[in-house]
Design a protein around this ligand. Structure first.
Ligand code: AMP
Length: 567
C-alpha cells in the first residue's frame, strides 16, 4: 500500500487514496494531526505525537521537537542518554503514521510519497528520503509542498489553461509558488520563500509586547527561568489563535504568587505584526518576477499552512491580489491530501486522468571556480550550472579547465545559492577528479549537473582529453548519511521499544495533568493532584470502561480549565 505524507515542522499527517479520492487517516488519538514531536516515556520507550508534545515542558531532556529544521545537517538532538539525527526522529514520526494506516486498513504500508518544502536543498531532500528508509518505507517520490496543495485542490483536473499562486505560511517557514496548468501538464513556474518566517515569529512579537508592557514590574519572572519562555510562547500562540475569532484576547502569565495580564485587540496585533507582513512581500515579488506573471493574470490564490488562518493574513492576500483567496480546503490538510493524489498518480489509479507534473529547481546550483583578475587568479567565485527555476528534470553542462601546470587533481566543490561568492552560498559537497598531467589550461572537464524529479542532484564529469566519464557521488556532506551509516542506524532504531499504541490516550492525559500541575499553584494544584491520583487508581483497576469514562470526564475538565473557564 502506498500513502501520502505531510512531514511537517509542527504537525504531520498521512492520507491514502480510496474510492477515487484522497482521505486523511486519524491517529491513535483519533486526531488527523500528529504533532512532529518525539520523546521517551518514563520507561525509555518512544512516544510520538500529542503525548510527547505535552511532555516537552515537563520533560525537556527526554523530548525533541522542530527537528525538521535540522534535516540535512549533522545536528544531533539528545533524548536522555541517546543522540538522534533529525532523520531518525523524522523516521519515528513516519513509523507512527505508518502504524496508524496499517491499524486502520489491516494492510502493510510499503511505499510513500512525502512532501518537502519547495526550498529544501539537496541534503535536506536526501535526509527526508533516508528518514523514509529508516521507517521501512520506500520513498516513491518527494513532492514539493505547493505542488501537493495544488493537486489537493484538484487543479490538475481543470480543462482550461490556468495559473495559480500557492501561499504557504506554516509555523516556521513561508513558501510561495506559482504553478501553471497547460494541456494536462502542471508546471511549477517559480518558487521563492523565507525559511525563517512563520507563525512562531508572530508569537515572538506578542511575547515581546507582553514582556515590554510589564517591564516596570520587578517581580516579573525572568525569561531565563526554566519553562517561562516556553510558557510565554504557548500563551502567545493561544492568544493569536483566539484573535482570529474575537476582537480581543487576554494574555495571562501565572507564576509564583503573581499573575500578569495584558489584553490585545486585533488592531494592536495587526500593528505589532506590520513588519512581518512587509517581509512576506519579498518572496511574492520574486516569484512573480521569475515566473514573469502579473498578479491580475493569476486565476487563483491558494492558502496553505496553519498561519494563513489569521484574518490579517487573509486581508493582506486579498489586498495584494485584488481577490479573495481560495479556502475550500483546510489549510493544515491539503498537503497530505495532495501527496496521496500523487501516490495514486504513481499507482496509476484509473480514477485519475493522466496528468504530467513538472516542477522547478528553486535555487541555483553551481561550483567554485577561480577567475583571472589582471595578473592574478582569485578563488572563491561561483559558476552557476543549473539556474534557479529551471523546469526539472534538467541537465546542464559547463566546462572548466586546469589552473596550474602539471595539476593532478581538480577539486569540484558544489554549492547552492544566488551569490557571486561561494562563501555566501550553501556548501553541498565536493569531489576530487584525477586528471592527466599537462600544462595549465590544457585539460578541460565538462561538469554536468542533472536534477531529477525528486529534486535530487547528480553530477557527472567528462575529462575531454581521455574521454573518461565519471558519475560523481557528492561526498563530504556531513548532513547526508552514507549507506553504511543508514544500515547501522536502521538496526539501532529496530531495537528501540515503542510506547504501546493503545496506551497513548491514557499517557496523553497523564502528561497533560503533569504539565498543568507544574504550571499552576495552590488550590488548583491540589485539585490537579487529586485528579491525577484518581486517574492512576482507575488505571490500576484495569477496568477499561471505568478508565474510559473517567478519562472523558477529566479531559473535559482540563479543556475547560485551559479555555480559561476556571480563571
Ligand atoms: P503548519 O506548519 O502548517 O502546521 O502551521 C502551524 C502554524 O499554524 C503554527 O504557528 C500555528 O500557530 C498556526 N495556526 C494554526 N491554527 C491557527 C489559527 N486558528 N490561527 C492562527 N494561526 C494558526
Amino acid at each position: 500500500m502506498i500513502v501520502g505524507i505531510d512531514l511537517g515542522t509542527t504537525n504531520s499527517l498521512v492520507a491514502v487514496w480510496r474510492n477515487g479520492a484522497p482521505e486523511l487517516v486519524p491517529n491513535a488519538l483519533e486526531s488527523l494531526l500528529t504533532p512532529s514531536v518525539v520523546g521517551l516515556d518514563d520507561e525509555g520507550r518512544v512516544l510520538v505525537g500529542q503525548a510527547a508534545k505535552e511532555r516537552l515542558q515537563t520533560h525537556p531532556q527526554l523530548t525533541a521537537a522542530l527537528f525538521k529544521r535540522h534535516m540535512g545537517s549533522a545536528h544531533e538532538l539528545r533524548l536522555g542518554t541517546r543522540s538522534f539525527r533529525p532523520e531518525e526522529l523524522s523516521a519515528l514520526v513516519l513509523r507512527s503514521l505508518k502504524a496508524d494506516v496499517e491499524r486502520r486498513y489491516g494492510e502493510t504500508v510499503t511505499e510513500a510519497v512525502i512532501s518537502v518544502p519547495a526550498y529544501f536543498n539537496d541534503a535536506q531532500r536526501k535526509a527526508t528520503k533516508i528518514a523514509g528508509e529508516l521507517a521501512g518505507l520506500k520513498v516513491e517520490r518527494l513532492i514539493n509542498e505547493p505542488t501537493a496543495a495544488a493537486l489537493a485542490y484538484g487543479l490538475h483536473q481543470r480543462d482550461s489553461a490556468s495559473s495559480f499562486l500557492v501561499f504557504d505560511l506554516g509555523g516556521g517557514t513561508f513558501d510561495v509558488s506559482i504553478l501553471e496548468l497547460f494541456d494536462g501538464v502542471m508546471e511549477v513556474r517559480a518558487s521563492a520563500g523565507d525559511n525563517f518566517l512563520g507563525g512562531e515569529d508572530f508569537d515572538t512579537v506578542l511575547v515581546q509586547a507582553f514582556v515590554a508592557a510589564h517591564a516596570n514590574r520587578s517581580d516579573m519572572p525572568s525569561l531565563t527561568e526554566p519553562n517561562i519562555a516556553h510558557r510565554l510562547r504557548r500563551e502567545a500562540e493561544r492568544v493569536r489563535h483566539a484573535l482570529g475569532q474575537a476582537d480581543s484576547a487576554t494574555f495571562v502569565l501565572r507564576h509564583g504568587s503573581g499573575q500578569w495580564e495584558q489584553t490585545f485587540t486585533q488592531a494592536q496585533l495587526a500593528e505589532l505584526c506590520a513588519p512581518l507582513l512587509v517581509r512576506l512581500r519579498t518572496p511574492i515579488e520574486t516569484a512573480l518576477r521569475d515566473a514573469r506573471i502579473r498578479p491580475s493574470e493569476l486565476d487563483e490564490v491558494l492558502l496553505v499552512g496553519g498561519t494563513t488562518r489569521m484574518p490579517m493574513i487573509r486581508r493582506m492576500v486579498a489586498g495584494l491580489f485584488g481577490r479573495f483567496p481560495s479556502i475550500a480546503l483546510n489549510p493544515d490538510e491539503s498537503i497530505a491530501l495532495g501527496a496521496a493524489v500523487q501516490a495514486a498518480l504513481k499507482a496509476r489509479d484509473a480514477a485519475l486522468e493522466e496528468v504530467v507534473l513538472t516542477d522547478v529547481c528553486p535555487y541555483t546550483l553551481g561550483i567554485e571556480v577561480a577567475v583571472s583578475v589582471g595578473e592574478s587568479t582569485q578563488a572563491g567565485h561561483y559558476l552557476p550550472i543549473i539556474e534557479r527555476n529551471c523546469v526539472v528534470p534538467v541537465s546542464r553542462v559547463k566546462t572548466v579547465s586546469t589552473l596550474r601546470h602539471h595539476q593532478r587533481v581538480v577539486q569540484l566543490k558544489i554549492y547552492q545559492g544566488e551569490s557571486r561568492w561561494v562563501k555566501e552560498n550553501i556548501y553541498l559537497g565536493e569531489m576530487d577528479i584525477e586528471v592527466p598531467v599537462a600544462p595549465a589550461g590544457e585539460i578541460s572537464i565538462d561538469v554536468r549537473f542533472t536534477y531529477d524529479n525528486n529534486g535530487l542532484l547528480e553530477a557527472e564529469a567528462l575529462i575531454n582529453r581521455t574521454g573518461e566519464r565519471r558519475i560523481l557521488v557528492i561526498e563530504n556532506n556531513p548532513g547526508v548519511l552514507d549507506p553504511e551509516e543508514v544500515r547501522k542506524r536502521l538496526a539501532a532504531l529496530a531495537n528501540l521499544k515503542i510506547h504501546p499504541r493503545e496506551q497513548q490516550v491514557n499517557s496523553l492525559l497523564n502528561a497533560r495533568l503533569e504539565r498543568l500541575y507544574q504550571e499552576s499553584l495552590g488550590d488548583l494544584r491540589q485539585r490537579l493532584d487529586h485528579m491525577a491520583n484518581r486517574f492512576q487508581q482507575v488505571l490500576d483497576t484495569q477496568n477499561d470502561r471505568a478508565i474510559r469514562e473517567l478519562r472523558l470526564q477529566l479531559t473535559q475538565q482540563l479543556d475547560e480549565l485551559e479555555q480559561g473557564l476556571w480563571r
